[in-house]
Design a protein around this ligand. Sequence first.
Ligand SMILES: *Cc1c(COP(=O)(O)O)cnc(C)c1O
Length: 355
Amino acid sequence: MRPAYAKIDLDALLYNYRLARLRHGKCCFAVVKSNAYGHGAVACARALAEEADGFAVAFLEEAITLREAGIKKPILLLEGVFEPEELIEVSRLKLWMVVHHQAQVDMVVRTAISAPLHVWFKINSGMSRAGFSPFGAHRAWQRLMASGRVGECGFMSHFACADEPDSDTTARQIEVFDKATHGLPGARSLANSAAILAWPDSYRDWGRPGIMLYGADPMPEENHSLRPVMTLESQVVAVRELAVGDALGYGATFIAKRPTRVGLVAMGYADGYPRSATNGTPVAVGTKLTSLIGRVSMDMLTVDLTDLPDTDIGSTVELWGKRVSINHVAKAAGTISYELLCNVKRASFVWSGGK
Ligand SMILES: *Cc1c(COP(=O)(O)O)cnc(C)c1O
C-alpha cells in the first residue's frame, strides 16, 4: 500500500480545545466546518463531544453528518440556510443558525414551521463580508423577532484582522458591535482563534475557535503552546544521486550545485501537498529537518538527503506535523495553514487518542 498518511492526534485536539475554552471562558463552539479543517469532522466531534459546549459548521449538510454520527450538542450553521426548505431540517434536528442577510429573514418570516428557531443574528462590524449593517440591524432584528418563529436569538460578528495585534481594526469592530447591539437581549459571540489568543476584550458568551483547535497558530511568531493535530506523513520510496549540474523534476527548477542525494517521496499535490511549495520548504526525514527540492508532482515529491546519510528507502518523511510547522510550509507555498489542511485528501487517515 502506498505509505501516504494523515495521522490525527485527537488528544492534541482535546488539549487545544481546553486551552481555547480556558482562555475564553464561558462557552466555546468547536468550529468543525470543512470536515474539521480536513481532520475528519465526525472523529473530531466525537473526540470533543463531552467537553465542547457546541459545534459550528458552515452549512446544513455538515450538521446532518454530525447529528447522524450521534452528536447531540448544539450545532451552529455559520452561513445559515440557503433555501427555505432547509428550515424544516434545521428545526427537526434542533440546529442553531446564523441569519446574516435580509433574504434569510424573509425565509424565517414566511416559513410554515412552528417550532421556535434558535438564531444567531450576525452584525457586520467592519469586515463587510456577511452580516447586517449596524444601522439596519435593529429593524431587521425586530422583524425577525416579530415573526413568532424565533425562540432564542443571540448576536455575533466576525473579525477581519484579529491576527494583527498591532492593528486597531479589531478594537473598532468590537466597539461597533457593542453599539449596534446595545440593550438588546441575547447571548453574544465574537472571538475566533486569533481573537481568543490576542483580544481578551472580545470574549463574550461564546467563543468560536477553529484553526487553533488543530494546533496551527494563527500568529506563528508568538508561541501559544498549541499542539499540532495532523501529521502528514509518507516514506522515501527511492533514492538517487545527482551529479553537479543535474536538473531535477518538472521545469528543472532545481539544479544540483553539489553531488546531491535525492529521496523520492510518495506524496504529491493530489494528496493536498501544495504544488506551489518552493525549493527549500522544510520537511523532516526521520528526526532530522531537510528541504524539498524540485517541483512537487501529482503523486510524488523529492527531498534532499545529502546531509542525512542514515536515511534510505523506507525512511519516514513528515511533510508537516510536530517537527515541521505547517505555518512554515504555508509560507513557503504562499498560502495559509487553513488552506493546506482543508486540501488534504487521498492519503490514508489514521485517528488516534480521544478515549
Ligand atoms: C471559520 C470561522 C470561525 C473560526 O475561525 P478560526 O480563524 O479558524 O478560528 C469563527 N467564526 C466564523 C464565522 C467562521 O466562519
